[in-house]
Design a protein around this ligand. Structure first.
Ligand code: SIN
Length: 281
């Protein structure tokens, strides 16, 4: 097994591994260490069944069962399906716009995700790329003054979805959820490093109005997604990209022909508890 860096900021391709085979404890440990080091791992040409995708993901921890996600297959609740493929009745999928804002998975819950493994089943002719940014670098490169300011701040994370693509029942369900506040700076539980924990789903800071929060949020979002902190992944069929949600964020680009099929399946590994519920505005 070998690791080939994907960009200056983050990511490595894992060479010489077949995830459909049994992975020894020693090999798994090497993969886990690389995951902590690079933030993103790319596994190419992995011809996996859904069961194998789930089983490999489970080696890292308990999986989320996506009770809040659209387009799941009841037989595989561990998989989030992100697809432009219309439903059996011909209506558009609800999941086709998933991930269009910069975010970290499950940031709007009290157990934000530890990791995610996204498998490319079908891709459009061009585009449909995903961007990732390194939130350690984003934090480390702030001034001491800004770090101090952020230390006590909590961002309120809203769901970023467009309600007009959803069924009335889902809209009602989502509107009934109380927003979650997360610290703007989190300590990675395994590496001990500080990371910036914001994104485009943060609408305001606790104790600040949305208008007061906006300039700071705009600055932080711009800063965190500077080209030198970002890796852009161009998908190939049978790719699996695994990312550490505790020190990266990502964005699915709409840079493709939406009449073509882009079909992705994701497992999400649960993280440690973080944040608190606030009253709905
Ligand atoms: C997501 O997991 O947020 C979606 C990523 C993608 O579809 O590229």
């Amino acid at each position: 097994m070998a690791f080939r860096p994907l960009s200056y900021a983050l990511g490595a391709e894992v060479l010489g591994i077949d995830l459909s085979k049994d992975i020894s404890a020693a090999t798994f440990d090497e993969v886990h260490q690389a995951f902590l080091r690079y933030g993103i791992l790319l596994f190419r040409d992995q011809h996996l069944t859904r069961e194998q995708h789930i089983a490999f993901s489970r080696r890292f921890g308990e999986l989320d069962c996506n009770e809040r996600s659209p387009d799941t297959d009841p037989q595989y609740p561990e998989l989030i399906i992100i697809t432009t493929r219309p439903r059996a009745d011909g209506t558009p999928s609800e999941s086709r716009y998933t991930g269009r804002l910069w975010h970290s998975d499950l940031c709007h819950t009290l157990t934000p995700a530890m990791g995610s493994l996204l498998r490319c089943i079908e891709r459009p002719d061009v585009g449909g790329d995903t961007l990732f940014s390194n939130m350690y670098l984003a934090y480390d490169t702030l001034s001491d003054g800004m770090k101090k300011l952020l230390e006590g701040l909590h961002g309120i994370h809203a769901r970023g979805r467009q309600y007009d693509t959803m069924s009335t029942e889902r809209v009602a369900f989502l509107k009934g959820l109380r927003p979650v506040a997360q610290p703007a700076v989190r300590v990675h539980p395994e590496t001990g490093r500080k990371t910036l924990y914001i994104g485009e789903k943060v609408k305001q800071f606790v104790g600040f109005t949305p208008e007061e929060s906006r300039p700071l949020l705009d600055f932080l979002n711009r800063h965190a997604t500077r080209p030198e902190f970002v890796y852009r992944h161009q998908w190939r069929k049978h790719d699996i990209v695994m990312w550490d949600n505790r020190c990266t964020q990502h964005q699915a680009l709409g840079d493709f022909d939406m009449t073509q099929i882009r079909h992705m399946e994701r497992t999400t590994i649960k993280g440690t508890p973080s944040g608190y519920l606030i009253e709905a505005a």
